[in-house]
Design a protein around this ligand. Sequence first.
Ligand code: EPZ
Length: 432
Amino acid sequence: MDKLVVRGGQPLIGDLHVSGSKNTALPLMAIGLLTDGPVTINHIPDLKDISTFRKVIEVTGTTVIGSPEEHRLVINAASLDRPEAPYELVKRMRASFYMLGALLGRTGQARVSLPGGCDWGPRPVDLHIEGMKSLGATVELDAGYVVARANGGRLSGGRVRFEPSSVGATINVLLGAVLAKGESVLENAAIEPDVVECCQMLRLMGAQIDGIGTRTLHVQGVDRLEPVTYTNCPDRIELGTFMIAAAISGVPGKPITIHHANPEHLGTAFLESFTRTGAGLIINGDKIQVTAPEELRPVSIRTDVYPGFPTDLQAQWTVLLAKAVGNSKVHETIYPDRFKHIPELHRMGVNAIVVGDEAVIEGGKRIQGTSVMSTDLRASVSLVLAGMIAEGETQVLRVYHLDRGYERVEEKLANAGIDIKRVRYDEWADPD
Ligand code: EPZ
Protein backbone atom coordinates (compact mmCIF):
# COMPACT_ATOMS: atom_id res chain seq x y z
CA MET A 1 0.00 0.00 0.00
CA ASP A 2 1.08 3.61 -0.41
CA LYS A 3 1.11 6.46 2.09
CA LEU A 4 1.87 10.14 1.67
CA VAL A 5 4.45 11.65 3.96
CA VAL A 6 4.11 15.40 4.40
CA ARG A 7 6.54 17.62 6.28
CA GLY A 8 4.48 20.60 7.40
CA GLY A 9 5.29 24.28 7.39
CA GLN A 10 6.59 24.60 3.82
CA PRO A 11 4.89 27.44 1.91
CA LEU A 12 2.91 26.77 -1.24
CA ILE A 13 4.33 28.89 -4.04
CA GLY A 14 3.97 29.25 -7.79
CA ASP A 15 1.46 27.37 -9.90
CA LEU A 16 -1.00 24.51 -9.69
CA HIS A 17 -2.82 22.81 -12.58
CA VAL A 18 -6.33 21.40 -12.43
CA SER A 19 -7.06 18.08 -14.21
CA GLY A 20 -10.26 17.03 -15.96
CA SER A 21 -13.28 16.44 -13.75
CA LYS A 22 -13.69 12.91 -12.39
CA ASN A 23 -17.38 13.20 -11.59
CA THR A 24 -18.16 14.55 -15.06
CA ALA A 25 -15.89 12.16 -16.97
CA LEU A 26 -17.70 9.11 -15.57
CA PRO A 27 -21.18 9.90 -16.93
CA LEU A 28 -19.65 11.23 -20.17
CA MET A 29 -18.11 7.77 -20.58
CA ALA A 30 -21.54 6.19 -19.94
CA ILE A 31 -22.97 8.40 -22.70
CA GLY A 32 -20.48 6.73 -25.03
CA LEU A 33 -22.64 3.59 -24.81
CA LEU A 34 -25.68 5.30 -26.31
CA THR A 35 -24.50 5.18 -29.91
CA ASP A 36 -22.95 2.53 -32.15
CA GLY A 37 -20.05 4.66 -33.42
CA PRO A 38 -16.82 5.92 -31.85
CA VAL A 39 -17.23 8.58 -29.16
CA THR A 40 -14.06 10.50 -28.28
CA ILE A 41 -13.78 12.20 -24.90
CA ASN A 42 -10.84 14.53 -24.25
CA HIS A 43 -9.43 15.77 -20.96
CA ILE A 44 -10.12 12.57 -19.07
CA PRO A 45 -8.19 12.49 -15.78
CA ASP A 46 -5.77 9.63 -15.14
CA LEU A 47 -7.46 8.18 -12.05
CA LYS A 48 -8.32 4.85 -10.50
CA ASP A 49 -12.08 5.52 -10.79
CA ILE A 50 -11.70 6.11 -14.52
CA SER A 51 -9.83 2.83 -15.06
CA THR A 52 -12.46 1.02 -12.97
CA PHE A 53 -15.29 2.46 -15.04
CA ARG A 54 -13.44 1.61 -18.22
CA LYS A 55 -13.46 -2.04 -17.10
CA VAL A 56 -17.18 -1.81 -16.30
CA ILE A 57 -17.83 -0.55 -19.83
CA GLU A 58 -15.60 -3.20 -21.42
CA VAL A 59 -17.58 -6.01 -19.73
CA THR A 60 -20.49 -5.14 -22.04
CA GLY A 61 -18.48 -5.93 -25.18
CA THR A 62 -17.75 -2.26 -25.83
CA THR A 63 -14.21 -1.36 -26.88
CA VAL A 64 -12.35 1.45 -25.15
CA ILE A 65 -9.13 2.78 -26.65
CA GLY A 66 -6.74 5.23 -25.01
CA SER A 67 -4.00 5.30 -22.41
CA PRO A 68 -4.02 7.30 -19.18
CA GLU A 69 -1.20 9.58 -20.37
CA GLU A 70 -3.20 10.62 -23.43
CA HIS A 71 -6.10 11.86 -21.29
CA ARG A 72 -8.39 10.78 -24.11
CA LEU A 73 -10.68 7.79 -24.50
CA VAL A 74 -12.44 6.51 -27.57
CA ILE A 75 -15.49 4.42 -26.69
CA ASN A 76 -17.06 2.27 -29.36
CA ALA A 77 -20.21 0.43 -28.36
CA ALA A 78 -20.93 -1.00 -31.82
CA SER A 79 -20.55 -4.54 -30.47
CA LEU A 80 -22.23 -4.07 -27.08
CA ASP A 81 -23.85 -7.46 -26.47
CA ARG A 82 -23.75 -8.02 -22.70
CA PRO A 83 -25.91 -5.48 -20.83
CA GLU A 84 -24.46 -6.18 -17.39
CA ALA A 85 -22.43 -4.52 -14.64
CA PRO A 86 -21.01 -7.14 -12.22
CA TYR A 87 -20.77 -6.74 -8.45
CA GLU A 88 -16.98 -7.23 -8.50
CA LEU A 89 -16.61 -3.89 -10.29
CA VAL A 90 -19.67 -1.98 -9.02
CA LYS A 91 -18.57 -2.55 -5.41
CA ARG A 92 -15.35 -0.66 -6.20
CA MET A 93 -17.15 2.40 -7.45
CA ARG A 94 -20.77 3.44 -7.01
CA ALA A 95 -20.83 5.55 -10.16
CA SER A 96 -20.88 2.22 -12.06
CA PHE A 97 -24.62 2.41 -11.41
CA TYR A 98 -24.77 4.80 -14.39
CA MET A 99 -24.79 1.58 -16.41
CA LEU A 100 -28.44 1.11 -15.46
CA GLY A 101 -29.66 4.09 -17.49
CA ALA A 102 -27.08 3.70 -20.25
CA LEU A 103 -27.82 0.01 -20.87
CA LEU A 104 -31.59 0.38 -20.58
CA GLY A 105 -31.52 3.34 -22.96
CA ARG A 106 -29.32 1.62 -25.51
CA THR A 107 -30.54 -2.01 -25.34
CA GLY A 108 -33.82 -1.96 -23.43
CA GLN A 109 -32.39 -4.20 -20.72
CA ALA A 110 -29.85 -4.09 -17.90
CA ARG A 111 -28.54 -6.30 -15.11
CA VAL A 112 -26.60 -4.08 -12.75
CA SER A 113 -25.33 -4.90 -9.28
CA LEU A 114 -26.65 -2.82 -6.41
CA PRO A 115 -23.75 -0.76 -5.06
CA GLY A 116 -24.32 -1.32 -1.31
CA GLY A 117 -23.09 1.14 1.35
CA CYS A 118 -20.30 3.66 0.99
CA ASP A 119 -17.33 4.70 3.10
CA TRP A 120 -19.23 7.14 5.27
CA GLY A 121 -22.75 5.70 5.43
CA PRO A 122 -25.84 4.82 3.44
CA ARG A 123 -26.23 6.12 -0.10
CA PRO A 124 -29.55 4.93 -1.49
CA VAL A 125 -30.35 4.42 -5.20
CA ASP A 126 -34.14 4.35 -4.83
CA LEU A 127 -34.57 7.45 -7.01
CA HIS A 128 -32.60 5.83 -9.85
CA ILE A 129 -34.81 2.73 -9.72
CA GLU A 130 -38.10 4.63 -9.39
CA GLY A 131 -36.97 6.84 -12.27
CA MET A 132 -36.45 3.85 -14.57
CA LYS A 133 -39.89 2.51 -13.62
CA SER A 134 -41.42 5.88 -14.51
CA LEU A 135 -39.76 5.68 -17.93
CA GLY A 136 -41.54 2.36 -18.51
CA ALA A 137 -39.09 -0.27 -17.25
CA THR A 138 -40.04 -3.26 -15.14
CA VAL A 139 -37.51 -3.63 -12.37
CA GLU A 140 -36.84 -6.66 -10.19
CA LEU A 141 -34.21 -7.36 -7.58
CA ASP A 142 -32.39 -10.64 -8.10
CA ALA A 143 -29.65 -11.72 -5.68
CA GLY A 144 -28.16 -8.26 -5.25
CA TYR A 145 -28.73 -7.23 -8.85
CA VAL A 146 -31.20 -4.78 -10.35
CA VAL A 147 -32.72 -6.47 -13.39
CA ALA A 148 -34.56 -4.00 -15.60
CA ARG A 149 -36.40 -4.46 -18.88
CA ALA A 150 -38.20 -2.03 -21.13
CA ASN A 151 -41.49 -3.33 -22.51
CA GLY A 152 -41.09 -3.96 -26.23
CA GLY A 153 -37.34 -3.42 -25.91
CA ARG A 154 -37.49 0.36 -25.65
CA LEU A 155 -38.31 2.73 -22.80
CA SER A 156 -41.47 4.75 -23.27
CA GLY A 157 -40.50 7.93 -21.39
CA GLY A 158 -42.46 9.44 -18.51
CA ARG A 159 -42.59 11.98 -15.71
CA VAL A 160 -40.03 11.68 -12.92
CA ARG A 161 -39.67 13.79 -9.79
CA PHE A 162 -36.47 13.67 -7.76
CA GLU A 163 -36.90 14.28 -4.05
CA PRO A 164 -34.26 15.13 -2.90
CA SER A 165 -32.45 16.51 -5.92
CA SER A 166 -29.86 13.93 -6.99
CA VAL A 167 -26.96 14.31 -9.41
CA GLY A 168 -26.65 10.58 -10.06
CA ALA A 169 -30.37 9.85 -10.44
CA THR A 170 -30.88 12.84 -12.76
CA ILE A 171 -28.06 11.66 -15.02
CA ASN A 172 -29.14 8.01 -14.92
CA VAL A 173 -32.72 8.84 -15.90
CA LEU A 174 -31.46 11.19 -18.60
CA LEU A 175 -29.36 8.33 -20.05
CA GLY A 176 -32.55 6.29 -20.38
CA ALA A 177 -34.83 9.10 -21.51
CA VAL A 178 -32.83 10.40 -24.49
CA LEU A 179 -33.43 7.20 -26.50
CA ALA A 180 -36.98 6.52 -25.22
CA LYS A 181 -39.93 6.32 -27.60
CA GLY A 182 -41.75 9.29 -26.09
CA GLU A 183 -41.33 12.42 -24.02
CA SER A 184 -39.94 12.61 -20.48
CA VAL A 185 -40.12 15.35 -17.90
CA LEU A 186 -37.52 15.39 -15.11
CA GLU A 187 -38.68 17.54 -12.19
CA ASN A 188 -36.45 18.90 -9.45
CA ALA A 189 -33.53 17.76 -11.62
CA ALA A 190 -30.02 18.42 -10.32
CA ILE A 191 -28.32 21.47 -11.86
CA GLU A 192 -24.76 20.59 -10.87
CA PRO A 193 -22.23 21.26 -13.68
CA ASP A 194 -21.89 17.48 -14.21
CA VAL A 195 -25.54 17.32 -15.28
CA VAL A 196 -25.23 20.35 -17.55
CA GLU A 197 -22.11 18.91 -19.23
CA CYS A 198 -23.91 15.61 -19.86
CA CYS A 199 -26.87 17.45 -21.41
CA GLN A 200 -24.53 19.43 -23.65
CA MET A 201 -22.74 16.33 -24.89
CA LEU A 202 -26.04 14.54 -25.48
CA ARG A 203 -27.39 17.53 -27.40
CA LEU A 204 -24.35 17.46 -29.69
CA MET A 205 -25.16 13.80 -30.37
CA GLY A 206 -28.68 14.72 -31.44
CA ALA A 207 -30.62 14.36 -28.18
CA GLN A 208 -33.56 16.70 -27.72
CA ILE A 209 -33.33 18.24 -24.26
CA ASP A 210 -34.90 21.52 -23.18
CA GLY A 211 -34.39 23.34 -19.89
CA ILE A 212 -30.68 22.56 -19.55
CA GLY A 213 -29.32 24.14 -16.36
CA THR A 214 -32.83 24.49 -14.85
CA ARG A 215 -34.73 22.29 -12.40
CA THR A 216 -37.07 20.92 -15.10
CA LEU A 217 -35.70 19.00 -18.06
CA HIS A 218 -37.93 18.13 -21.02
CA VAL A 219 -36.57 15.28 -23.10
CA GLN A 220 -38.05 14.19 -26.40
CA GLY A 221 -36.64 10.73 -27.10
CA VAL A 222 -34.93 10.16 -30.46
CA ASP A 223 -34.35 6.95 -32.48
CA ARG A 224 -30.58 7.19 -32.52
CA LEU A 225 -27.70 9.31 -31.31
CA GLU A 226 -24.65 10.16 -33.40
CA PRO A 227 -20.97 9.68 -32.46
CA VAL A 228 -19.27 12.83 -31.19
CA THR A 229 -16.00 14.27 -29.88
CA TYR A 230 -16.39 16.07 -26.57
CA THR A 231 -13.99 17.77 -24.15
CA ASN A 232 -14.55 17.18 -20.45
CA CYS A 233 -14.58 20.18 -18.08
CA PRO A 234 -11.97 20.91 -15.36
CA ASP A 235 -12.47 19.34 -11.93
CA ARG A 236 -14.23 21.85 -9.70
CA ILE A 237 -13.50 19.94 -6.50
CA GLU A 238 -9.79 19.76 -7.26
CA LEU A 239 -9.91 23.51 -7.95
CA GLY A 240 -11.64 24.19 -4.62
CA THR A 241 -9.11 21.93 -2.85
CA PHE A 242 -6.22 23.88 -4.40
CA MET A 243 -7.81 27.20 -3.46
CA ILE A 244 -8.03 26.04 0.14
CA ALA A 245 -4.43 24.78 -0.03
CA ALA A 246 -3.31 28.21 -1.25
CA ALA A 247 -5.28 30.04 1.45
CA ILE A 248 -3.84 27.96 4.30
CA SER A 249 -0.29 27.39 3.02
CA GLY A 250 0.47 30.33 0.75
CA VAL A 251 2.74 33.21 1.72
CA PRO A 252 0.67 36.33 2.53
CA GLY A 253 1.04 38.83 -0.29
CA LYS A 254 2.39 36.26 -2.80
CA PRO A 255 -0.35 34.98 -5.12
CA ILE A 256 -0.58 31.38 -6.28
CA THR A 257 -1.89 30.83 -9.81
CA ILE A 258 -4.25 27.95 -10.47
CA HIS A 259 -4.49 27.04 -14.16
CA HIS A 260 -7.21 25.43 -16.22
CA ALA A 261 -9.91 26.33 -13.73
CA ASN A 262 -13.63 26.87 -14.14
CA PRO A 263 -14.54 28.80 -10.95
CA GLU A 264 -18.16 29.21 -12.05
CA HIS A 265 -18.56 25.46 -11.54
CA LEU A 266 -17.79 25.92 -7.83
CA GLY A 267 -21.04 27.82 -7.26
CA THR A 268 -21.61 31.12 -5.52
CA ALA A 269 -21.67 29.83 -1.93
CA PHE A 270 -18.12 28.49 -2.04
CA LEU A 271 -16.71 31.58 -3.77
CA GLU A 272 -18.44 33.93 -1.31
CA SER A 273 -17.35 31.93 1.73
CA PHE A 274 -13.81 31.81 0.37
CA THR A 275 -13.48 35.58 0.00
CA ARG A 276 -15.02 36.09 3.46
CA THR A 277 -12.04 34.24 4.96
CA GLY A 278 -9.87 37.19 3.92
CA ALA A 279 -8.07 35.24 1.15
CA GLY A 280 -7.47 37.21 -2.05
CA LEU A 281 -9.16 35.90 -5.19
CA ILE A 282 -8.68 37.20 -8.73
CA ILE A 283 -10.41 35.39 -11.59
CA ASN A 284 -8.97 35.87 -15.05
CA GLY A 285 -10.56 33.51 -17.57
CA ASP A 286 -9.44 29.98 -16.74
CA LYS A 287 -6.65 31.20 -14.42
CA ILE A 288 -7.30 32.17 -10.88
CA GLN A 289 -4.98 33.77 -8.37
CA VAL A 290 -5.31 33.12 -4.68
CA THR A 291 -3.42 35.09 -2.05
CA ALA A 292 -3.23 33.86 1.52
CA PRO A 293 -4.26 36.46 4.10
CA GLU A 294 -2.18 37.39 7.17
CA GLU A 295 -4.87 35.73 9.25
CA LEU A 296 -7.77 33.59 8.04
CA ARG A 297 -11.22 34.44 9.38
CA PRO A 298 -13.45 31.52 10.48
CA VAL A 299 -16.43 31.25 8.10
CA SER A 300 -19.16 28.76 8.97
CA ILE A 301 -20.71 26.86 6.08
CA ARG A 302 -23.72 24.73 5.27
CA THR A 303 -23.42 22.27 2.39
CA ASP A 304 -26.18 22.28 -0.19
CA VAL A 305 -26.95 21.37 -3.77
CA TYR A 306 -25.46 23.57 -6.51
CA PRO A 307 -24.92 26.52 -6.36
CA GLY A 308 -24.70 25.83 -2.61
CA PHE A 309 -21.48 24.90 -0.82
CA PRO A 310 -20.35 21.52 -2.26
CA THR A 311 -20.35 18.60 0.18
CA ASP A 312 -17.21 17.40 -1.65
CA LEU A 313 -15.30 20.42 -0.24
CA GLN A 314 -16.62 20.16 3.31
CA ALA A 315 -13.71 18.11 4.72
CA GLN A 316 -11.10 20.40 3.15
CA TRP A 317 -12.94 23.47 4.49
CA THR A 318 -12.81 21.99 7.99
CA VAL A 319 -9.00 22.14 7.78
CA LEU A 320 -9.15 25.79 6.75
CA LEU A 321 -11.39 26.40 9.78
CA ALA A 322 -8.88 24.60 12.00
CA LYS A 323 -6.27 27.17 10.97
CA ALA A 324 -8.55 30.23 11.19
CA VAL A 325 -8.59 31.79 14.65
CA GLY A 326 -12.01 31.49 16.32
CA ASN A 327 -15.05 29.24 16.41
CA SER A 328 -17.09 28.06 13.46
CA LYS A 329 -19.55 25.42 12.33
CA VAL A 330 -19.87 23.07 9.40
CA HIS A 331 -23.42 21.91 8.72
CA GLU A 332 -23.62 18.89 6.36
CA THR A 333 -27.06 18.67 4.76
CA ILE A 334 -26.33 16.30 1.84
CA TYR A 335 -24.69 13.41 3.72
CA PRO A 336 -25.28 13.96 7.45
CA ASP A 337 -22.69 11.30 8.38
CA ARG A 338 -19.85 12.60 6.24
CA PHE A 339 -17.50 13.44 9.12
CA LYS A 340 -14.99 10.56 9.05
CA HIS A 341 -12.13 13.06 8.77
CA ILE A 342 -12.91 14.65 12.16
CA PRO A 343 -11.57 11.85 14.41
CA GLU A 344 -8.38 11.73 12.31
CA LEU A 345 -7.95 15.51 12.48
CA HIS A 346 -8.53 15.20 16.21
CA ARG A 347 -5.42 13.00 16.41
CA MET A 348 -3.49 15.93 14.94
CA GLY A 349 -4.72 18.25 17.66
CA VAL A 350 -7.61 19.86 15.79
CA ASN A 351 -10.28 20.84 18.26
CA ALA A 352 -13.50 19.76 16.59
CA ILE A 353 -16.54 17.81 17.68
CA VAL A 354 -19.45 16.39 15.74
CA VAL A 355 -22.95 16.92 17.02
CA GLY A 356 -25.57 15.36 14.74
CA ASP A 357 -25.07 16.75 11.25
CA GLU A 358 -22.80 19.57 12.44
CA ALA A 359 -19.13 19.87 13.29
CA VAL A 360 -18.06 22.63 15.65
CA ILE A 361 -14.46 23.75 15.24
CA GLU A 362 -12.31 25.81 17.57
CA GLY A 363 -9.68 27.07 15.17
CA GLY A 364 -6.24 28.52 15.68
CA LYS A 365 -4.95 25.73 17.95
CA ARG A 366 -1.64 23.90 17.55
CA ILE A 367 -1.76 21.20 14.84
CA GLN A 368 0.80 18.41 15.05
CA GLY A 369 1.86 15.85 12.49
CA THR A 370 1.21 12.17 13.18
CA SER A 371 -0.04 9.06 11.37
CA VAL A 372 -3.62 9.37 10.17
CA MET A 373 -5.86 7.12 8.13
CA SER A 374 -7.60 7.96 4.88
CA THR A 375 -11.22 6.86 5.03
CA ASP A 376 -12.64 8.24 1.80
CA LEU A 377 -11.57 10.43 -1.07
CA ARG A 378 -12.26 13.91 0.28
CA ALA A 379 -11.37 13.00 3.86
CA SER A 380 -7.96 11.82 2.58
CA VAL A 381 -7.12 15.05 0.86
CA SER A 382 -8.20 17.01 3.93
CA LEU A 383 -5.56 15.08 5.90
CA VAL A 384 -2.91 16.05 3.33
CA LEU A 385 -3.97 19.69 3.74
CA ALA A 386 -3.76 19.35 7.52
CA GLY A 387 -0.29 17.82 7.13
CA MET A 388 0.81 20.88 5.14
CA ILE A 389 0.05 23.20 8.07
CA ALA A 390 1.01 20.83 10.89
CA GLU A 391 4.22 20.88 12.90
CA GLY A 392 6.52 18.02 11.93
CA GLU A 393 5.69 15.00 9.82
CA THR A 394 2.27 13.63 8.90
CA GLN A 395 1.82 10.20 7.40
CA VAL A 396 -1.44 9.84 5.52
CA LEU A 397 -2.07 6.09 5.30
CA ARG A 398 -4.22 4.20 2.77
CA VAL A 399 -3.97 6.80 0.04
CA TYR A 400 -5.69 4.51 -2.44
CA HIS A 401 -8.81 6.46 -1.49
CA LEU A 402 -7.14 9.66 -2.62
CA ASP A 403 -5.87 8.07 -5.84
CA ARG A 404 -9.48 7.51 -6.90
CA GLY A 405 -10.03 11.21 -7.41
CA TYR A 406 -6.83 13.32 -7.39
CA GLU A 407 -4.42 12.94 -10.30
CA ARG A 408 -0.81 12.84 -9.07
CA VAL A 409 -1.60 15.25 -6.26
CA GLU A 410 1.75 14.76 -4.52
CA GLU A 411 3.61 15.71 -7.72
CA LYS A 412 1.48 18.81 -8.19
CA LEU A 413 1.98 19.93 -4.58
CA ALA A 414 5.70 19.09 -4.56
CA ASN A 415 6.17 21.21 -7.71
CA ALA A 416 4.59 24.06 -5.78
CA GLY A 417 6.98 23.87 -2.84
CA ILE A 418 5.32 21.35 -0.52
CA ASP A 419 7.51 18.70 1.11
CA ILE A 420 5.48 15.62 0.24
CA LYS A 421 6.39 12.17 -1.01
CA ARG A 422 4.72 8.83 -1.72
CA VAL A 423 6.12 5.83 0.15
CA ARG A 424 5.17 2.14 -0.02
CA TYR A 425 4.47 0.46 3.31
CA ASP A 426 3.16 -2.70 4.87
CA GLU A 427 0.18 -1.79 6.99
CA TRP A 428 0.29 -5.06 8.91
CA ALA A 429 4.00 -5.03 9.70
CA ASP A 430 4.72 -5.28 13.44
CA PRO A 431 6.00 -2.05 15.01
CA ASP A 432 9.78 -2.01 15.62
C1 EPZ B 1 -22.47 12.68 -6.66
O1 EPZ B 1 -22.91 11.52 -5.96
C2 EPZ B 1 -20.97 12.66 -6.58
N1 EPZ B 1 -20.45 11.43 -7.16
C3 EPZ B 1 -20.52 12.79 -5.14
O2 EPZ B 1 -19.10 12.94 -5.17
C4 EPZ B 1 -21.13 14.03 -4.50
O3 EPZ B 1 -20.80 14.04 -3.13
C5 EPZ B 1 -22.64 14.03 -4.67
O4 EPZ B 1 -22.99 13.86 -6.08
C6 EPZ B 1 -23.30 15.30 -4.16
O5 EPZ B 1 -22.84 16.40 -4.88
C7 EPZ B 1 -20.29 11.34 -8.45
O6 EPZ B 1 -20.58 12.23 -9.23
C8 EPZ B 1 -19.71 10.08 -8.98
P1 EPZ B 1 -26.64 12.52 -5.11
P2 EPZ B 1 -24.42 11.05 -6.10
O7 EPZ B 1 -27.48 11.44 -5.70
O8 EPZ B 1 -24.90 11.35 -7.46
C9 EPZ B 1 -29.85 11.32 -1.77
C10 EPZ B 1 -16.89 12.58 -4.40
O9 EPZ B 1 -16.25 12.75 -3.33
N2 EPZ B 1 -30.31 10.24 -2.68
O10 EPZ B 1 -26.68 13.86 -5.73
O11 EPZ B 1 -24.48 9.66 -5.62
C11 EPZ B 1 -28.46 11.05 -1.22
O12 EPZ B 1 -28.50 10.18 -0.11
C12 EPZ B 1 -18.30 12.16 -4.35
O13 EPZ B 1 -16.40 12.72 -5.54
C13 EPZ B 1 -31.43 9.51 -2.35
O14 EPZ B 1 -32.05 9.72 -1.29
O15 EPZ B 1 -25.13 12.00 -5.05
C14 EPZ B 1 -27.99 12.44 -0.89
O16 EPZ B 1 -28.49 12.83 0.36
C15 EPZ B 1 -18.70 11.19 -3.39
N3 EPZ B 1 -31.83 8.51 -3.19
C16 EPZ B 1 -28.65 13.30 -1.96
O17 EPZ B 1 -29.68 12.49 -2.53
C17 EPZ B 1 -31.18 8.25 -4.36
O18 EPZ B 1 -31.60 7.34 -5.08
C18 EPZ B 1 -27.74 13.76 -3.08
O19 EPZ B 1 -26.99 12.64 -3.57
C19 EPZ B 1 -30.06 9.01 -4.70
C20 EPZ B 1 -29.63 10.01 -3.84
